[in-house]
Design a binder for this molecule. Structure first.
Ligand code: PLP
Length: 387
């Protein structure tokens, strides 16, 4: 392993903030209470969850009772989609779900799963920058549409969706609107009123909180069937003893992320632009995937002709640089990213794409170091192929 690690994979996960760890520690040992117990240790745990819920409600601009703590982003997406779809089916409202072609698999596969139970779905296309067109949503809505799910910002290319506009279309027709906002926390505003969302997914480990601790906002009045049955926790919407340290950690991390948001965005955007401009200026036949403006401040998804991103990732890793590929490894075979493919990239271009995602610890000299070594790595890989 290289002596120095340059971590540019914050879209995959972020390190736990020391202040978050400090807030969590008491609930991992000295305060072991179960929030359902009526003795003083139980009440202390319940109190900690109440405070956490209040803090999250403040950031989202919602009521405390509209929040459900979960086991992460995938669970929140599954609860939103299956919970709303099945509740709508139970009420005889219909069986059609609309999503976009570039969603996280936690959304796409949850919808695919529902197709075994009589649901049908429409995947909205995206433009070359990865944006959903509001007119396409309007055209896709049917009388039997019971749920729309479109992410806030994409995890691969960072493209930001026009949620307010999409949400307004859903609201006009009385269709619940869910958004996976996992990548947006700490980088974009999360006020659920301006976003026009009825359900919103977050997960702690994407904003310097703990892994395995997520959140689902559910607007009051939205039909939802629980997907984990058991005890009456979370107002009977998610059974199981609460992950008290995880919940405290998520709330602390979200509060810190929101406090630092505008400063973080300004700093990261500057570093990220330096990375993009540096690569495009020094490496021939390279390009930027996604929108130059409407993208997360920390995301640089870059493509290189005649390169397999897997090979480039290995060489970068040998140099201590952690990034991520534009392809997903499923069942052993490398398949081009469904996101890049939906944006119109050919398989070769998708497989030649790489995601760098910056974060709080990213320093200017780290970006300069990447820019200094990447041209030689590209030349090395291109020297052994003909294209
Ligand atoms: C990471 C991620 C998830 C999954 O969250 P987990 O907490 O890892 O389950 C869902 N959606 C998006 C957009 C993500 O980036």
């Amino acid at each position: 392993m290289a002596e120095r690690i340059i971590y540019l994979d914050h879209a995959a996960t972020t390190p736990l903030d020391q202040r978050v760890l400090a807030a969590m520690l008491p609930y991992l040992s000295e305060q072991p209470g179960n929030p359902s117990s009526i003795h003083q240790l139980g009440r202390a745990a319940l109190h900690a969850i109440d405070d956490a819920r209040e803090a999250v409600a403040l950031v989202l601009g919602c009521a405390r009772k509209e929040l459900i703590f979960t086991g992460g982003g995938s669970e929140s997406d599954n609860l939103a989609i299956k919970g709303v779809a099945l509740a709508q089916q139970q009420r005889g409202r219909g069986n059609h779900i609309i999503t976009s072609a570039i969603e996280h698999h936690a959304v796409l596969h949850a919808i695919e799963y529902l197709e075994q139970f009589g649901f049908t779905s429409t995947q909205l296309p995206v433009d070359a920058a990865g944006r959903v067109r509001p007119d396409d949503l309007r055209a896709a809505i049917r009388p039997e549409t019971v749920l729309v799910s479109v992410m806030y910002a994409n995890n691969e290319v960072g493209t930001i969706q026009p949620l307010g506009e999409l949400g307004a279309i859903c609201r006009e027709r009385g269709i619940p609107f869910h958004s996976d906002a996992v990548q947006a926390a700490g980088l974009l505003p999360l006020d659920v009123e301006s976003l026009n969302v009825d359900l919103l997914t977050l997960t702690g480990h994407k904003f310097y909180g703990p892994k395995g601790s997520g959140l689902l906002y559910v607007r009051h009045g939205t039909p939802l069937l629980p997907q984990i049955n058991g005890g009456g926790q979370e107002r009977r919407r998610r059974a199981g003893t609460e992950n008290v340290p995880g919940i405290v950690g998520l709330a602390t991390a979200l509060t810190l992320a929101e406090e630092q948001r505008s400063a973080t965005v300004a700093r990261l955007r500057h570093l990220r632009n330096r990375l993009i401009d540096g690569v495009l200026a020094t490496i021939p036949r390279s390009w930027l995937n996604g929108d130059r403006e409407e993208r997360l401040a920390n995301n640089a998804n870059l493509g290189f002709a005649c390169i397999e991103s897997e090979s480039l990732l290995l060489l970068l890793d040998q140099q201590g640089i952690c990034a991520s590929g534009g392809s997903a490894c499923s069942s052993g075979a490398i398949e081009p990213s469904h996101v890049l493919t939906a944006m119109g990239l050919h398989a070769e271009a998708a497989n030649g794409s790489l995601r760098f995602s910056l974060g709080r610890t990213t320093q200017a000299e780290e970006i300069e170091h990447v820019l200094a070594i990447i041209p030689a790595l590209i030349n090395r890989l291109r020297a052994v192929v003909t294209c």
